[in-house]
Design a protein around this ligand. Structure first.
Ligand code: BG6
Ligand code: MG
Length: 222
């Protein structure tokens, strides 16, 4: 079967906004007397803003202290901090190999999708100069479920007009890998500690079109 589409996560795959999310959550948590480190932050990757806040509060033993309105207010403050950090973002912040890969996919008629649960995704793509590089971006505001639920990758495939079996998903988060596999795409993981991936690369510079196609072809023979 021909590879018809590649669906990318954004934060941590296209650009390293994962670190900005961590900084904004860490500072917000400290204000509530909760300490989170980079290891804990792995559990927040791919998780929506409010679900991330709930995980942090549970981690700090403060799960039931806040009303829904207070949770919204805390999450909004975190987001304001995050958006401030984003103001420095430019095309220079596209992770290694990604711009070339997006160009090659387009030249080869392979459709390109975005599956990010971030409501800031349009702003991030614009800052990177990549808005037109994607054929379809799933709208985080219209999703019912965060990753690891398969909804976002299924939505992206439907929007691109491909079946999951014709597509590759690329993720840096464990919740995202589970989402890709549950949706039925071939899973490429970026990082070192991801379980259940079909192909794991240590960093995005390994994501060339020839390498992707070689792994896709191998998969067909299995
Ligand atoms: C994901 C990030 O891409 O987006 C999460 O991995 C983040 O860390 C989530 O919480 C939601 O992002 P935002 O920008 O809507 O707060
Ligand atoms: Mg990510």
């Amino acid at each position: 079967m021909k590879l018809e589409a590649v669906v990318f996560d954004l934060d941590g795959v296209i650009t390293d906004t994962a670190h900005y999310h961590f900084v904004a959550w860490r500072d917000m948590a400290l204000g509530l007397g909760i300490h989170i480190d980079e290891a804990f932050n792995e559990r927040l990757k791919g998780v929506s803003r409010l679900d991330s806040l709930r995980l942090i509060l549970a981690h700090g033993g403060k799960a039931d202290l806040f009303s829904d309105a207070e949770l919204e207010a805390i999450a909004t403050r975190k987001n304001e901090h995050y958006v401030n950090l984003l103001s420095a973002l430019s095309p220079a912040d596209i992770l290694p190999g990604i711009a070339e890969l997006l160009r090659e996919l387009r030249q080869n008629g392979i459709r390109i999708g975005l599956a990010s649960v971030s409501k800031n995704a349009p702003q991030v793509l614009a800052a990177l100069g990549l808005t037109d590089a994607f054929d379809y971006c799933a709208d985080a505001a219209k999703l019912t479920h965060s990753k690891p639920h398969p909804e976002i990758f299924l939505t992206a495939c439907a929007g691109l007009g491909v079946t999951p079996a014709q597509a590759i998903g690329v993720e840096d988060a464990q919740a995202g890998v589970i989402s890709i596999k549950a949706a039925g795409l071939y899973a490429v993981g970026v990082g070192s500690q991801l379980e259940g991936v079909d192909w794991l690369v240590p960093c995005t510079s390994h994501l060339t079109l020839p390498a992707l196609l070689a792994h896709w072809a191998d998969r067909q023979q299995n």
